[in-house]
Design a protein around this ligand. Structure first.
Ligand code: SAH
Length: 262
């Protein structure tokens, strides 16, 4: 890869003692940013999440230390406090630390919490944004975030806290009439759909499920609000998955029909 200096400003050095919070995009290594590739080639400690595609880790320099910090095989995820401590301790040892997260580090990635911990610990850090799955995996599947005909806003929402008390919050989101892109929503899907129905959302509202986007196991299922839960089950949808509910989902079948995938 050639990056002519008259086009690309110089790449910053990753200095010993720094932590870079880097987004790895939705999976396919071709969706990494140029800056993320630079970071991957510069780091000597890499702390990565379960969502990071294994191919991407192969860009790490020989001899770099790799630390897994995520959920694996049903075991509970690493505690956020332990991850914060690890990246701070590695930085204080003078390592060049890359904290690698799926998608974008500041979109449901706890990047904000880690940045906060680094500031408190006096560790210099940098953010390298990534393509967030909710916008990139959808686009790749032929599902636009907005079109002038359908919506003037789009909601990104995390679904894993949809139990009990906050169902009014889901009803309020539904009442906007804008498309909702749900992350981490599989386990709570029935509760979320029920809240949308209570808010008066039409059962025929288009919905799309996109699971394991950009990997070999990718599945894309076009359905409607009323069938969402059943379709997720009958197709055996597995995490990670995104669920889009709203008019933009209805555009997908026609757009996908003529689309060439990268
Ligand atoms: N920071 C990430 C989101 C982390 S939360 C980002 O910006 O994309 C984890 C959720 O992201 C998953 O539960 C799923 O909803 C979504 N996700 C991430 N990668 C995905 C992929 N390849 N396919 C489908 N969903 C994905």
């Amino acid at each position: 890869m050639d990056f002519p200096p008259d086009i690309f400003p110089p790449f910053p050095d990753m200095r010993p003692g720094e932590v870079w919070l880097v987004g790895a995009g939705p999976g396919d290594p071709r969706l990494l940013t140029v800056l993320a590739i630079h970071a991957l080639r510069s780091a000597n400690t890499i702390v990565y999440d379960a969502l990071v595609d294994p191919r991407i880790l192969r860009l790490a320099p020989e001899g770099a230390e790799l630390h897994f910090a995520g959920k694996r095989g049903g075991r509970p995820s690493s505690h956020q406090r332990d991850i914060n401590e690890l990246i701070i301790a590695e930085a204080k040892k003078g390592r060049r630390v890359l904290r690698l997260k799926g998608g974008d580090p500041f979109v449901f990635g706890r990047g904000g919490e880690e940045a906060h911990a680094l500031v408190r610990a006096g560790v210099p850090y940098r953010i390298v944004p990534g393509l967030t799955s909710g916008l990139a995996a959808t686009a790749l599947a032929g599902l636009p975030a907005t079109t002038r005909e359908t919506n003037h806003a789009v909601i990104l929402a995390a679904g894993h806290h949809a139990e009990g008390d906050d169902s009014h919050a889901w009803e309020a989101l539904a009442a906007t009439g804008q498309p909702i892109i749900l992350y981490m929503a599989l386990a709570q899907l029935a509760n979320i759909v029920a809240a949308f129905r209570r808010a008066g959302m039409n059962p025929d509202t288009p919905a799309t499920i996109i699971s394991q986007a950009t990997s070999e196991g990718e599945k894309v299922i076009d359905t409607r609000l009323a069938d969402l839960v059943v379709d997720a089950e009958t197709h055996g949808v597995e995490a990670p998955a995104l669920i889009v509910v709203g008019a933009t989902a209805g555009l997908r079948p026609a757009l996908a029909a003529g689309m060439v995938r990268p």
